[in-house]
Design a protein around this ligand. Structure first.
Ligand SMILES: [Zn+2]
Length: 306
């Protein structure tokens, strides 16, 4: 341990500067590694369904930091000049993350140079003047929406909508006036979402499905997975991607999970044997396909069931 009490003021000041400089170097190295992890899709093997999942769950970065680093790393693989600006601490990560969506082959050098020395509010103001058609970047942190928690049970939901949405909401209010005389937008949107989930949510569909009836009928082999098997496979996996990395890290993706034949149907895997059916997220399902049939098929296949 460093004995801070014994250090001189000069040593403290020099020490803290050195640490900041090494932080910049580390950041640039981190971004270079991140580019490779994404390009080689190494996060899949580690049990993450996306580069963002990898950064947050496996590297322990918070949501905002992970997003900024991913955006900047992607931009830096197109415009390596970004890494120079960061290494020389001419620009900070946040500043670059505000710029990335506006950078093009033609303007990136000018934009990066002009941004040097600007504070975050100055930068946002400057960008909103320069690109008035685009919203301030911090409104788009979660893609198109922003959820601000209010009291633990409710939240303010800010969503950028288009003209069509406004018309659709207005029409829905007219149609449901008998049910919601005050035209409550939240109630109407929830009703629409409930309908959609009823029709398209595999969890709800599976719950409605009947258990399988084990009558042996003469049937031709089919790729289609019976509802009962689907229900059981989803329940068994807890409605979560079943991929487990060689280190034992389970993928936590629950959105867009799909049923998969462990031994592919094309090579004789059964649709009616529960042991052969597993739940995978889109990223892992696609990757498995590539390992089996695509250009990566020679790579060691770390596949195994949970
Ligand atoms: Zn997955």
């Amino acid at each position: 341990m460093i004995g801070f009490r014994e250090m001189t003021n000069e040593e403290i000041k020099t020490g803290i500067r050195k640490l900041v400089a090494s932080e910049h170097e580390n950041l640039v190295s981190f971004l270079r590694y991140l580019i490779e992890v994404e390009n080689r899709e190494l996060f899949l093997e580690e049990g993450a369904s996306s580069i963002q999942d990898f950064c947050e769950r496996l590297l322990g970065l918070c949501h905002g930091t992970a997003l900024k680093r991913i955006w900047v790393a992607r931009a830096a693989s197109r415009f390596p000049l970004i890494l120079d600006f960061l290494a020389e601490s001419k620009l900070q990560l946040t500043a670059v993350s505000l710029l990335v969506r506006h950078l093009t082959e033609e303007n990136h050098r000018d934009l990066l140079t002009t941004a040097v020395g600007k504070t975050e509010p100055e930068l946002k103001w400057w960008l909103s003047e320069l690109f008035p058609e685009k919203l301030p970047p911090d409104w788009k942190l979660d893609g198109q929406e922003k959820i601000i928690p209010l009291d633990g049970k409710t939240a303010k939901f800010v969503l950028v909508v288009d003209e069509e949405f406004v018309k659709q909401l207005k029409r829905a209010k007219e149609i449901h006036k008998h049910e919601f005389p005050d035209g409550n937008s939240l109630a109407i949107l929830k009703k629409a979402l409930n309908h959609d989930l009823h029709d398209h949510d595999p969890r709800q569909k599976a719950k409605r499905a009947r258990k399988p009836q084990c009558r042996d009928k003469k049937e031709t082999p089919s790729r289609r997975i019976p509802r009962g098997i689907e229900y059981a496979a989803r329940e068994r996996a807890g409605h979560q991607c079943a991929y487990v990395s060689p280190n034992g890290v389970r993928c936590t993706e629950r959105a867009g999970v799909e049923l998969d034949h462990r031994v592919s149907w094309a090579v004789g895997g059964s649709s009616k044997d529960l042991r052969n059916i597993q739940l995978l997220c889109f990223a892992h399902n696609r990757w498995k396909g590539r390992l089996e049939f695509g250009k990566d098929y020679r790579r060691a296949n770390p596949w195994r069931l949970q």
